[in-house]
Design a protein around this ligand. Sequence first.
Ligand SMILES: Cc1cc2nc3c(=O)[nH]c(=O)nc-3n(C[C@H](O)[C@H](O)[C@H](O)COP(=O)(O)OP(=O)(O)OC[C@H]3O[C@@H](n4cnc5c(N)ncnc54)[C@H](O)[C@@H]3O)c2cc1C
Length: 478
Amino acid sequence: MLEFFDVCIIGSGFGGAVCGAKLSGAGKTTLILEHGRRWDKNTFQQTQDIKYLKELYEEFEGENIKISTGRCVGGGSLLYSGTSLRAPSSVFEQKDKQGKRLWPFVYNRKALNPYYEKVEKKLNVKQLLWSEAPKRDGIFAKACDKAGYTCDRLRTAIVNCRNCGFCHTGCKFDRKQSLILNYIPEAEKNGARIKEECKALSVKRNGKGYIVVYKDLKSGLLNEVSCKTVIVSAGAVQSPALMLRSKKFLDNISDHVGKNLSANGDMFLAAYLPNEDCEVFKGKAQGCVTYAFWEEGFVLQGMGTLPISATVINRVRFKDAKRPCYWGIEMKRVMKEYGKHLLGIAVIGLDGSDGMVFLDESDNVKLNWSMSKKSKRVFDMAISRTKEIVESLGGELLITEPYQEKGGIITVHPLGTCRMAEDSINGVVDANCQVFDNPNLYIVDGSVIPSPLGVNPSLTIAAVAEKVSDHIVQKFPV
Ligand SMILES: Cc1cc2nc3c(=O)[nH]c(=O)nc-3n(C[C@H](O)[C@H](O)[C@H](O)COP(=O)(O)OP(=O)(O)OC[C@H]3O[C@@H](n4cnc5c(N)ncnc54)[C@H](O)[C@@H]3O)c2cc1C
């Protein structure tokens, strides 16, 4: 079956949902294809049941790297912590190994500010009051203060939080401002059609326009959409995968596709504070941040955790625990004993973009990460600063296995795999996110962000989407 739309958007996360609302608002007939299902406050569950989590999350595991993303209408916004920060000015001035500026010249903090503002308004982003920050974040701030460092409240897209502690399984109270509460309903009100459980398989050039081939996962049928413009917004793992699968049907796709994968310097650390009742399982996922180490290339944020995240995902080493302690009675015992005094700390930083997304012979997505000196320096420094901070309150930094024992990383902030650049020698898309040599084919999501951001990325991805969708509307083919 062949369908006709002005624009086909692939993926409904921060890139896709913003473009969907803007393009449909400009009167373009818009189709959004989304691999995952629809979820809302009535279907979210407050559980750690793996079966449930596997329906919402898509996990990728490769050599030295694990990535978790959202696979649902609204993408990662259903699962995120709601932390919404503008990238500091110096982020846009980062250079590659040859000393060339990574971001196209039109990008700097001042130029993005009006777009940040638009997104913040739509997502009700506000700085928390200290009375709204979880108890453990107050304790982390106290530790920072004792160690001689500043720490302040985060800006979040959460209104009147119920503090149930289940941000990462979907907000049952509609307090976290996921995209299903704003950009997505706006797109549908404007007439955009969202087809959930539909996975795009390839994008092909078709005269002046494109054909998108997709599989309807409910019926198992293959369908085709003919459109003037395509926007690929499948996230920093699946967008490069789709571009690699489509390469033979498109013109001169850059060799940079899949390369320059940044983990945004993500690392989860945990501390044991015997003299404090941290209530690590309670409250919103994040509440405070210290920029005291920005010159060293990272920020630290107080972080809650569900038991499954501390034990199964980040494999925190609890001192007297029998190993493995990831499941069952031992996990329960350890959580009961340690949970009260446990503090989570998220490191986010400027890593060396040392990873890659590629396809194997059967077209399956593969990943790898090979730790550069730059990344290692940032991660090691973050560990030593965190140690200093928690020890100031008589605490102990615990070992989290993935980085500290195995030298690998886990990230929920993948970026950079279809990076934007001034020219096709250095990147995949131009400053308007149009794929070089392929008019009216755009990529708009975390994959085009050409450097680590050093802070949580959703607000910047959405701000870039706001900016480039103005251009896409203006230049829309007649
Ligand atoms: C647990 C967790 C907590 C987080 N917390 C924060 C936070 O507090 N603040 C912050 O800024 N960021 C946070 N993030 C990161 C944030 O969610 C991502 O950076 C953001 O969602 C990326 O946006 P995107 O548009 O690049 O892609 P996504 O939001 O990942 O959207 C891509 C969408 O495309 C769909 N898709 C993929 N392939 C196809 C295909 N072939 N066909 C059709 N659809 C497809 C996917 O199912 C997905 O829905 C968090 C992420 C996680 C997982």
